[in-house]
Design a protein around this ligand. Structure first.
Ligand code: SAM
Length: 259
């Protein structure tokens, strides 16, 4: 893979290419504006399929969730929907509780405020940390499982992000990245593209009240690494094996990387 592809990252509107500090700042502010209506828009724009995608992530990492002493973090946790899916899956194995805490982390305070309310309401065994996923305040090898759903695409430098996740994971640990993809099917692909380019940004921008946030979503998915580039980056960054599962005709893809 050309180094350029992996070393680039999100470039939201108004950010000069290569200015990673400004990119991260703009992303954080944009999600801050989206946060109050984020859950509503997920429901509206995906018809609740997003919940199924997070459930698939949780099921895929079940062998880790069944470990009694799991050390896990959901990075770019947003409003804690992945933490909820992971806790539900883990409860199948440990119905009486006794669970170790999972960390949820995001660098956007309003998202964490919404996450805290959900964690309290659902009585989740989670602790929240405000931090940048690409420079996470834990020592090397301190986690067994890292999940990142629809957050990785927003990092200012993809290579730095993957290298940070590899640093945080212990030997045998798993990184699960859930991200949008672009369906390749000749029938489904153009239909999805029409929805994603024409319909979704209009509804998303209008309902969120965050001007341009859902145009950014569409642009960022189109600019994101291909699944093959992401797999190459994972293998070049200390992971020994990668797997990919396409969901709903390839609208989402679950990338699993094992250290
Ligand atoms: C599309 S939301 C996904 C939220 C959640 N994981 C979900 O499944 O709904 C992306 C989240 O990533 C967070 N994020 C983006 N870049 C980040 C970074 N560098 N460090 C921490 N959080 C980040 C944003 O603040 C936002 O809450």
């Amino acid at each position: 893979m050309a180094d350029g592809a992996a070393s680039r990252g999100a470039t939201p509107a108004g950010t000069a290419p290569g200015d990673e500090a400004a990119a991260a700042r703009n992303i954080r502010e944009m999600f801050g504006r989206v946060a109050p209506r984020y859950d509503l828009l997920n429901k509206l724009l995906s018809g609740r399929v997003d919940r199924y995608w997070r459930r698939r992530l949780a099921r895929a990492v079940r062998p880790y969730l069944e470990r009694p002493e799991l050390r896990a973090a959901d990075l770019c946790c947003g409003t804690a929907d992945v933490l909820l899916a992971l806790a539900k899956e883990r409860r199948r194995r440990f119905p009486a509780g006794g669970q170790t805490q999972m960390i949820g982390s995001d660098f956007c305070r309003p998202m964490l405020t919404a996450a805290a309310a959900k964690i309290a309401r659902e009585n989740l065994p989670s602790a929240l940390v405000e931090a940048d996923a690409a420079a996470f305040p834990l020592p090397d090898g301190s986690l067994d499982l890292i999940t990142v759903a629809y957050g990785f695409r927003n990092l200012a430098n993809y290579r730095r992000g993957i290298e940070e996740f590899a640093r945080l994971l212990d030997r045998g640990g798993c990184l699960a990245v859930l991200e949008f993809s672009q369906p390749a099917n000749r029938l489904w692909g153009p239909l999805f593209e029409l929805y994603f380019r024409r319909v979704l940004p209009k509804i998303g921008n209008a309902v969120s009240g965050a001007d341009g946030a859902y145009s950014y979503l569409q642009n960022s998915v189109e600019r994101f690494l291909t699944p093959e580039q992401l797999a190459d980056l994972m293998l070049a960054s200390g992971f020994r094996r990668v797997e990919r599962r396409l969901l709903t005709g390839g609208i989402s893809a679950l990338h699993l990387a094992y250290k």
